[in-house]
Design a protein around this ligand. Structure first.
Ligand code: APR
Ligand code: ZN
Length: 275
């Protein structure tokens, strides 16, 4: 911590005064849960072309035409999703929420780890991989992450030819109407979820932590700019880059799983002293 102690202590002090802090999170906060990011070296977009496999149609086509490439990558991702657990960064955010400092987490991640870490006020702008959405009646259902991943992997292993019937066999059926469901996630070219709520939370913030995001994708990447314009202090935690230099008040080049617990402990100690 030594090298960035001053920035960490400043962030703790700013947050200790906050009552409506928000956190805007990207894949980096789940990196320490062994879920690969998208744009780091070796990340998901190094392995597959997002313009191909990042859209619903493209993914179906990639399965049929390039299953030898897509399926091994999917199997690795399923492995990570099965084994991952919320890390110290996710847990620190749930503690800040319980301390009455953090009001809302706005996340681009679809891995369900914020919820499993205990965060309640959560806006998932890119959806959630473990919430199924019926394509016919619109019904939605959360599934348990690990059993869902295991069942999906078993179905994939049984497929010999990746034709449309095989892909349909991977879908969870709707409890309401029996039609096909798909994971309730936002793929490229689809509308981002809860955008008004996310902008509202951003402009209401007195502090916004920007955690583990490259800021490569809009409109999500504009949340910190809107928060700053509305008077929030912006704290960026990212070990290798800061895509928000134009609006950053405190930049901490550390992993979220290292910096956030230190900040929470610092706040706890300072508030204990006051009691
Ligand atoms: N702690 C904090 N930040 C980290 C860590 C870590 N342990 N490890 C990596 N990072 C940072 C990287 O430096 C990088 O800036 O996390 C960021 C991850 O950036 P991306 O891979 O671009 O992920 P993200 O910002 O979430 O991408 C936004 O793009 O493709 C879409 O839908 C996808 O939601 C995603 C969106
Ligand atoms: Zn249905």
């Amino acid at each position: 911590m030594g090298k960035w102690r001053q920035e960490l202590e400043e962030a703790a002090w700013v947050l200790s005064k906050a009552t409506r802090a928000t956190a805007f999170c990207g894949a980096g906060i789940s990196a320490e849960s062994s879920i690969p990011t998208f744009r780091d070296p070796g990340g998901l977009w190094d392995q597959i072309n997002p313009m191909e496999a990042g859209t619903a149609k493209g993914l179906l086509r990639a399965f049929q035409e390039k299953s030898d490439i897509i399926v091994p990558i999917l199997m690795t991702m399923l492995d990570r999703f099965e084994k991952s657990e919320p890390n110290a960064g996710h847990v620190a955010l749930s503690h800040l929420e319980k301390m009455g400092i953090l009001k809302t987490v706005i996340t681009q991640n679809i891995d369900n780890l914020h919820e499993e870490a205990g965060t309640n006020d959560l806006i998932e702008v890119h959806g959630n991989l473990f919430r199924m959405h019926c394509l016919s009646c619109g019904w939605k259902k959360k599934v348990d992450r690990k059993p869902y991943v295991q069942a999906l992997r078993n179905r994939l292993l049984k497929i010999a030819v990746y034709d449309l019937d095989a892909l349909i066999s991977l879908a969870v059926e709707c409890d309401q109407c029996g039609s096909l469901t798909r994971p309730d996630v936002v793929m490229f070219g689809e509308a981002v979820k809860s955008l008004p709520q996310a902008f509202d939370a951003s402009i209401q913030s007195d502090v916004m932590m920007v955690l583990g995001t490259s800021g490569a994708v809009f409109p999500a990447a504009s949340f910190p700019v809107e928060a700053k314009k509305a008077g929030a202090k912006i704290i960026v935690i990212n070990p290798t880059e800061n895509g928000f230099t134009h609006c950053t008040d405190i930049y901490i080049p550390m992993k979220a799983g290292d910096a956030l617990p230190f900040i929470v402990e610092k706040i706890k100690k300072s508030t204990e002293k006051q009691i």
